[in-house]
Write a protein that binds this ligand. Structure first.
Ligand code: F6P
Length: 360
């Protein structure tokens, strides 16, 4: 009888609970025991934070958002922020303790569900001898090795619904409405929701924008009798000769926190066009709520496929969608490159052909 452990690392994404459900159900069917490590590696670090997962415990979780195990983006075991007796925060490598606990529990494998950062950590553990299977997770959908990640469809649906609703105010008040969506390095959420929601301008990290081009599009709208505009901006979008907008990074965080470009763009449009311009940030609304049917199904498939990889001992690999199949990709390869929006992507071509401006 095998004993396996599952953890959810990094930020939450709709569909995490569906992965846990599928792992628990399909592992139990094989007669295995499943444990959950709370808050990423916390359960493996401190066994009091380890929970036994049974089919009864996970019975109703598939449609729920978040993760029953909790997650953290401050939990890198190779650089963990630890408070000493004097109250100072020090960075410590606690990987050895995690490996010891893993072996003490007699686990046959760790299923690590996470984005690029968490999968990189999982790969480091694999190199230290821990049998690991990865499951890709990110609402940004920016992992090259898989056609899609769960959470993305839900995030795009939420963003599209928000953009749809903004049309009322924009049109009634002749305003420019700027909406900031997530997307650190890749503009997939902005692109998909912007096209579907009827945006006039979409600004993404892959295309450095010129604010004069953005304002020219707003002016062009007016020439054609449309006195309002919707601008969708990915948080990682960058104006020509400017930096990406970020708030301070925190000690131990895997990545700095982005945000602020939406209001910056709104202010620039206000100054240059004198039009009534407002901004809003969708933020974590995009990560919340019940996963769409598409995301649930993808997450369930990822979970079941991960258990198949454990069974065949295909360790140091990640499950990936190569439509319509589930495949195994070596983790070393999976963490190598980001999936960015290419300029010859059909969605970009479509957007341009229906008159959407990218600020270039
Ligand atoms: O990677 C997913 C993501 O949603 C990014 O788009 C965003 O920059 C980041 O997570 C925000 O994470 P948090 O608010 O948890 O720091």
């Amino acid at each position: 009888m095998k004993k396996i452990v599952i953890s959810t690392g990094g930020g939450d994404a709709p569909g995490l609970n569906a992965v846990i459900y599928a792992v628990v159900k399909s592992a139990t069917l094989r007669g295995w025991e499943v444990y959950g490590s709370r808050s990423g590696y916390k359960g493996l670090l401190d066994l009091d934070e380890m929970v036994r997962l049974t089919p009864e415990i996970v019975e109703d979780i598939t449609p729920t958002g978040g993760t029953i195990l909790g997650c953290t983006n401050k939990g890198n075991p190779f650089a963990m922020p630890v408070e000493n007796l004097a109250g100072e925060t020090l960075i410590r490598d606690v990987s050895e303790r995690i490996l010891k606990n893993f072996n003490r529990m007699g686990f046959a494998c760790h299923i690590a569900v996470g984005g690029d950062g968490s999968l990189e950590i999982a790969h480091r553990f694999a190199k230290l001898g821990m049998p690991v299977v990865g499951v890709p997770k990110t609402i940004d959908n920016d992992l090259e090795a898989t056609n899609l990640t769960f959470g993305f469809d839900t995030a795009v649906s939420t963003a599209t619904e928000a953009i749809d609703k903004l049309h009322s105010t924009a049109k009634s008040h002749d305003r420019v409405m700027v909406v900031e969506v997530m997307g650190r390095e890749a503009g997939w959420i902005a692109l998909n929701s912007g096209i579907s929601g009827g945006a006039d301008v979409i600004l993404i990290p892959e295309i450095v924008f010129d604010i004069d081009k953005v304002c020219a599009k707003i002016g062009d709208n007016e020439l054609h009798g449309k006195d309002y505009a919707i601008v969708v901006v990915a948080e990682g979008a960058q104006e020509k000769e400017c930096d990406v907008f970020c708030r301070e990074g925190e000690v131990g965080m895997q990545e700095v926190v982005l945000g602020g470009v939406g209001e910056w763009v709104a202010q620039r449009i206000r100054d240059k066009t004198k039009k009534d311009t407002r901004s809003l940030v969708l933020g974590h609304l995009q990560r919340g709520g019940t996963p769409t049917t598409f995301d649930r199904l993808l997450a369930l498939r990822f979970g079941a496929a991960a258990v198949r990889l454990v069974e065949s001992e295909t360790f140091d690999h990640m499950v990936a969608l190569a439509t319509p199949a589930m495949i195994a990709v070596p983790l070393a390869e999976a963490i190598k490159s980001r999936k960015k929006v290419n300029m010859d992507n059909d969605k970009v071509l479509t957007a341009r052909e229906i008159g959407i401006c990218f600020g270039d």
